[in-house]
Design a protein around this ligand. Structure first.
Ligand code: NAP
Length: 509
């Protein structure tokens, strides 16, 4: 029954008793989360500089893991080495980005309103800042073995916020995750962090995930994956005695709107750009543009003809794992069987074992509007073109779609002048509105929003990419009439951290 094997480990700063989780057992999840809770209390008091060094050391260790790490990830995910090299670079860059954020320090949004006895009623001294929530559980994603997995954006932002992190490794790339876990463990010891500030759960079962979400010590959850998975975990979190936030990034079809003037002028170029995005990484991105809308016209016919050529030329590639391969073909078959749906074309290359068959379909606006199944994400290199009778129907189809991570408007200057109101419509649908571009390729920068209305995510107020991802793992607290000696340094009168603060309505350092 007992799946926990306690063992002693010399951390260099004394011996620590570890409970190593090794199989499905709610008792051992309990130990993991208790350890996380203790580590959190120590880690939250750690200075920003030390946390920054810790994050940078993880990045350096991942780089030092070299070609062996890339090779392991390639073997498990079937992703090309070049893609994995750039994904690791993005992951280490994210860790360093959060280290820089910690060193600068102003992210805590320190706000000071000093007391005023001359007003009636007298105003007390009130000071506010952001503090970490507690232990965070992160579910590693199958489609990003580095950037959204063990040391990915959720982990980096939660550690930066001052939270302890427990990652449930995705079973599709367990060995890769173990290597990254080693990079983190080594960083914990070399930078003197609390030993359990990061822990790794290696159990591919729903029960383990459920226990982690339901554990009393868990303060928040980060997830990237299917709608079914994200929603199930969200429901578990909401049903707790003390509900906790779940930041789940789930499905998205990222609709692309082809406006009339650009269709007439640039149909072929648009089709090439579109299909390149659909088949990139065999469509295994949350930003894959699975739906494109255009108004019936000679331009749209040319777009479809060119897209047919492009999809025929696409080369099938292996998918991430068997579950995704099976789900792709089953969902695609089902979509193609729907009334009013026609195949535009498939890749002309027969797919091999485990490979996706790039496929393009088309339907009309009426059939699309009457069938919600066609609105669903088909995770892989599949897309559907919706032929609309006029602008009214196009807008109706667009509005009928559920919340999205992104939506793209393709247009000329004339289009954007004539259809300026479409920007507001786009805002009601998506977190990122792209003009004359495809959604694949998410730039990691301060102003990026990688989020969107449900069901793209469970909380559209936050982003999973960029420095603002840290806001998911913190909450504001204010101190009223707190003695200077008890205030955190960020709120003390002398501003010892030298951070930007809003003091009596004025920004100051
Ligand atoms: P997934 O099935 O959602 O699994 C992701 C993680 O969540 C895994 O660790 C899984 O546990 C856990 N999980 C899923 N359902 C759960 C439940 N009901 N209770 C507790 N834990 C649960 O995602 P996936 O394996 O990566 O791929 C499956 C499908 O997800 C794909 O075909 C695709 O449709 C979609 N997907 C979407 C995105 C996106 O960005 N939109 C990304 C990846 C995948 P186990 O370890 O036990 O499996």
């Amino acid at each position: 029954m007992v799946a926990v094997k306690p063992f002693l480990l010399d951390t260099g700063e004394g011996w620590v008793l570890f409970f190593q989780y090794n199989k499905k057992n709610s008792m051992s999840i309990d130990n993991i989360m208790q350890q996380a809770a203790i580590a959190f209390q120590q880690y939250r008091e750690t200075k920003a500089e030390q946390k920054a060094v810790f994050l940078e050391t993880i990045a350096a260790n991942m780089e030092a893991a070299g070609a062996a790490l890339i090779g392991q990830a390639a073997e498990e995910t079937h992703l090309p080495q070049a893609r994995l090299v750039s994904e690791r670079a993005r992951t280490t860059m994210q860790l360093r980005m959060f280290a820089a954020l910690l060193r600068e320090g102003s992210w805590v949004e320190a706000t000071v309103d000093t007391a005023d006895a001359t007003v009636n009623p007298a105003k007390p001294d009130i000071r506010k800042m952001l503090i970490p929530l507690g232990p965070v559980v992160v579910f590693g994603a199958s489609n990003f073995p580095f950037a959204y997995s063990t040391a990915g954006g959720d982990t980096a932002s939660a550690l930066a916020a001052g939270c302890a992190v427990v990652v449930k490794a995705h079973p599709a790339h367990l060995k890769t995750s173990q290597l990254v876990h080693k990079a983190i463990k080594d960083a914990i010891f070399s930078s003197g962090m609390p030993p359990h500030v990061f822990q790794h759960v290696e159990d591919g079962s729903f029960e383990a995930g459920e226990s982690l979400v339901k554990h009393a010590a868990t303060a928040a959850v980060g997830f990237t994956g299917s709608f079914a998975g994200g929603k199930a975990l969200y429901d578990h979190a909401a049903a707790r005695k003390n509900p906790i936030p779940v930041f789940a990034e789930m499905g998205s079809t990222n609709p692309i709107i082809l406006l009339p003037d650009t269709l007439e002028k640039n149909a072929e170029e648009l089709a090439r750009q579109y299909i390149a995005s659909v088949v990139l990484g065999m469509g295994q991105f949350c930003t894959n543009p699975g739906i494109v809308l255009g108004i019936e016209s000679e331009g749209l016919s040319r777009f479809i003809a060119e897209a047919e050529k492009e999809i025929a030329a696409a080369i099938p590639q292996p998918m991430l794992h068997e579950g995704i391969y099976k789900a792709y073909h089953a969902k695609m078959e089902k979509a193609l069987q729907q009334t009013g749906v026609n195949v535009v074309g498939h890749s002309s290359t027969e797919p091999g074992a485990g490979e996706a068959w790039p496929t393009l379909a088309e339907t009309d606006g009426t059939a699309f509007l009457s069938n919600p199944l066609l609105h669903e994400e088909v995770f892989g290199p599949y897309a559907i073109i919706v032929r609309c009778t006029d602008l009214d129907q196009l807008q109706k189809v667009w509005r009928s779609l559920a919340g999205q991570l992104t939506t793209s408007l393709m247009g000329t200057e004339k289009d954007f002048t004539e259809h300026a109101s479409m920007r507001a419509l786009a805002e009601s649908i998506a977190g990122r509105i792209i003009f004359n571009g495809v959604p694949t390729g998410v730039t990691v920068c301060n102003s990026m929003v990688h989020g969107g209305p449900f069901p793209a995510t469970t909380d559209s107020r936050f982003t999973a990419v960029g420095i603002n991802g840290i806001k998911r793992w913190v909450r504001p607290v204010c101190y009223q009439n707190c003695p200077q000696t008890l205030l955190p340094p960020a709120l003390q009168n002398g501003n010892p951290l030298g951070i930007w603060r809003l003091v009596n309505n004025e920004w100051t350092r």
